[in-house]
Design a protein around this ligand. Sequence first.
Ligand code: GDP
Ligand code: MG
Ligand code: ZN
Length: 314
Amino acid sequence: MNRRRDATAPLPGAHDGLVVATYGRHLLVEADDRTRTRCHPRGKRQEAVVGDRVRWTPSGDEGVVDAVLPRRNVLFRQDALRTKVFAANLDQVLVLLAAEPTFAEPQLARALIAARQAGIEPLIALNKRDVQPAFAEAWARLAPYRAMGETVLPLQLQGDDASADADLAALTERLRGRVTLVMGASGVGKSTLVNRLVPHAQADTQAISRALGTGRHTTTRTSWYWLDDGHGGALIDSPGFHEFGLHHIAPEALARWMPDLAPYVGQCRFHNCTHRREPGCAIQAAIAPHGPIAPHRWRMYQDLYEELAAARTP
Ligand SMILES: Nc1nc2c(ncn2[C@@H]2O[C@H](COP(=O)(O)OP(=O)(O)O)[C@@H](O)[C@H]2O)c(=O)[nH]1
Ligand SMILES: [Mg+2]
Ligand SMILES: [Zn+2]
């Protein structure tokens, strides 16, 4: 699976392939026969990411990516300084949280908003069920997300009692046949998850490091792992969950990407209501105890609105 292209084979011109890892300006591209070739982008501005389909041309025992093929979707964050694309052509985003380290709720909220805006289904899992009472507390903090219809799965990736196995089976069921980007803070169990679900993950990781010429323990890299030999689905392990900038989202559109606020959009007295201080606002009228919106979710909306509006003011 990690063999280099046979250098004696005739050069067949352009190929299509899948980007399975990136490191700096280097890409690892997998052909349909699963051989992987280290490639460089043709131009400075081309930014292929993991999950992209690309057209590439062999050059010696490496390759040059000529073009990134059209994307079905793309997940990225954007702040004042830069845009960072995580991955493309995703079926879902798994936001992995844990009893410890404690998660920052705004970070979770931002990841969910970015996923919804990109048209990618999010999935939340809370790991380390064995760590109590931290797990129970974290689970309770996720109540508003369950109430707004997000899928939240309990998980215990370490230890193998029957309920831990059942939890993992439930998650596996949702990953089967789909391309899933795994996001989560350092220490939540991303590597543990990949190692449990991908039998050859460690060997794959080492082969990717060799092919890309990166250090053995490099973590500033995004990698694609096939879930099974039938190539029915994949996990994309992505480092970093911090500073999830949403500057690509217009403040007026924000409420639409928050499932607890979205049902009220369009029902306010003013058609251009920003849902902050206006009278006759359907969102403000639905804040608990008058309705189902958790007060801190509305405050989070206000903070985000201010931030996004400020980002648009030159
Ligand atoms: N107690 C407990 N520890 C876990 C569980 N899952 C993972 N860990 C531990 O959490 C630590 C961080 O896991 P790791 O997979 O490296 O997290 P990553 O930084 O997200 O890749 C490791 O010491 C794991 O052994 C779990 O279900 N329960
Ligand atoms: Mg890790
Ligand atoms: Zn309103």
